[in-house]
Design a protein around this ligand. Structure first.
Ligand code: FAD
Length: 488
């Protein structure tokens, strides 16, 4: 396989890089790559779950933006320009350097880069308070296939819509985002509560579903990590016997511990959250503690681009919009207990993210969603191909098991949790295709072939034009109202 890496360094763009750089300075025109039959892939942080930024089964050129990572925070203006290769850790560090009461509502992992992350939506512990990272994009610099550097105005409304949630890789090379910063209070509180099945985890997880997304204030995220441990509560290492499920409730509260304890006593006393189990700190330090680094870890850990070990895993995702009954949860536990190192990484939804229109940007996961589940199976890299196949089969089985309990028509998935099982798209005459990607693709055609433009509209096959991605949502709502009526 032919393989080359192009690295784009700091110096490549002008020092006044918050202005659109002149075209000649970017030299990212890929016509010569095309001429030689190379596919072009772009990598910012390299965290793609399926490795799409650095793996290809055809000869390819990799444009590596890891060194394109300047961050320019303008506290007076509540904005920042951040280049594609900057990590979330670097961004949070630079914001906190300038102000203790500014933050940005993006993901937890400090080594993920903004290039891929924000273009796929990007959520973190402030998703209930503020929505997703892509909701806070004010402008962007993007090189298109002709080597032109576009900004919000020159790329046009549809393209600017698409790159905020729909992924940017299909449209060009993203150089930088201009983002709006948000307010964070001077004191943020985090806490953890763990419970095994023997300690009532099923009851608690069942109740958590309606409390976390609907009853607590937007300032509070109660995320869940569900894994398998030995019955003596150490992380499971050996065989499959003698193990149990452990649910870890992770609290991130934009406010003092006292208030968090009060909220929990009112809404979820069974969890027994106590003030002495809470840690109060600044937003940026709470972020580090929330990640599991010991209290007192220096903030510059956020600048370390290799602070997380490499892992071999397969992941999938689902959104849930009605509580899973206890019997369904017990079935999930049975599935998890069959696997060696499974994890469910569950993020609570609701609050602000729910109230932003699903059409505003290309991130449709709003409205009724209560939480997002990331299913993960981990294994060691040294294991053989047959081992990978076994774990991948297990996660597909779990995904099938989940069908009755998760979003439907279409069953939705989170683009940032890349899953190539969903990548085979056929556009039919109808909206029959069940997954989010098909819905997104139909809308993305509009980006290139605006229906307002008669000539390009004509060039579209009737097949594609007949698809209306919003119809199915309307139908869902009608179905739901119909069902509710029947129940009444
Ligand atoms: C440990 C870990 C934790 C995570 N936590 C979260 C989380 O809390 N919240 C969340 O929302 N997501 C999370 N993710 C998912 C993460 O947001 C996505 O994997 C994201 O796409 C990573 O962006 P990247 O730039 O690091 O990855 P890359 O692998 O570099 O890129 C991802 C995709 O975007 C394309 N791309 C990247 N940069 C550019 C660019 N500049 N121009 C054009 N195309 C580009 C790539 O070609 C690829 O298709 C996590 C992932 C990992 C591995």
């Amino acid at each position: 396989m032919l393989f080359e890496i192009f690295s784009v360094h700091h110096g490549c763009l002008s020092s006044a890089w918050h202005q659109p750089p002149p075209m000649s300075q970017t030299s990212l025109d890929d016509s010569s790559f095309k001429e030689h039959g190379f596919k072009v892939t772009v990598r910012s942080g390299g965290h793609d779950f399926e490795g799409l930024s650095y793996i290809s089964n055809v000869p390819f050129v990799l444009i590596d933006l890891a060194n394109l990572r300047k961050i320019n925070v303008d506290i007076e203006d509540n904005t920042a320009w951040v280049q594609a290769g900057a990590t979330l850790g670097e961004l949070y560090y630079r914001i906190a350097e300038k102000s203790p009461v500014h933050g940005f509502p993006a993901g937890a992992c400090p080594t993920v880069a903004v290039g891929g992350h924000i273009s796929g939506g990007g959520f973190g512990a402030m998703v209930r308070k503020y929505g997703v990272a892509a909701d806070y994009v004010l402008d962007a610099r993007l090189v298109n296939a002709n080597g032109e550097v576009l900004n919000r105005e020159t790329m046009g409304r549809d393209l600017f819509w698409a790159i905020r949630g729909g992924g940017v890789a299909s449209f060009g090379v993203l150089l930088a985002w201009k983002i709006k910063l948000v307010y964070v209070p001077p004191v943020v509180t985090i806490s953890l509560v763990t419970r095994t099945l023997e300690q009532g985890a099923t009851e608690l997880v069942h109740k958590w579903q309606s409390v976390a997304s609907r009853k607590v204030p937007r300032e509070l995220a109660i995320n869940l990590h569900i894994g398998v441990v030995d019955k003596n509560h150490s992380a499971a290492k050996g065989g499959l016997l003698g193990r149990t499920i452990q649910a870890t409730f992770q609290f991130f509260f934009l406010g003092p511990a006292e208030k968090l304890v009060q909220v929990m006593q009112n809404e979820f006393p069974e969890l027994g959250v106590k003030k002495q189990d809470c840690i109060e700190d600044s937003w940026v330090k709470s972020h580090i503690n929330f990640l599991g680094f010991p209290v007192g870890t220096p903030v510059d850990i956020l600048l370390n681009r290799t602070s997380f070990p490499k892992a071999t895993f397969k992941a999938k995702s689902d959104f849930v919009n009605k509580p899973i009954p206890k019997i369904g949860l017990e079935g999930i536990w049975n599935m998890l207990l069959k696997e060696e190192r499974p994890e469910l990484i569950i993020a609570t939804w609701g609050g602000k993210v729910k109230h932003i229109s699903e059409h505003k940007i290309a991130f449709p996961h709003r409205g009724r969603n209560m939480y997002l589940i990331g299913y993960v199976s981990n294994w060691d890299e040294k294991n053989e191909f047959t081992t990978s196949e076994r774990h991948i089969s297990w996660i597909r089985e779990l995904y099938d098991y989940m069908t009755p309990y998760v979003s439907k028509s279409p069953r939705t998935a989170f683009l940032n949790y890349r899953d190539l099982d969903l990548g085979k798209i056929t556009i039919n005459n109808t909206m029959a295709s069940p997954d989010f990607h098909s819905q997104l693709l139909t809308r993305l055609h509009v980006v290139f072939f605006s229906p307002d433009d008669k000539a390009t509209s004509k060039a579209l096959s009737p097949r594609v034009r007949s698809v209306n991605p919003y119809k199915s949502n309307e139908r869902d709502l009608l179905d739901e109202r119909h069902q509710t009526k029947k129940l009444l």
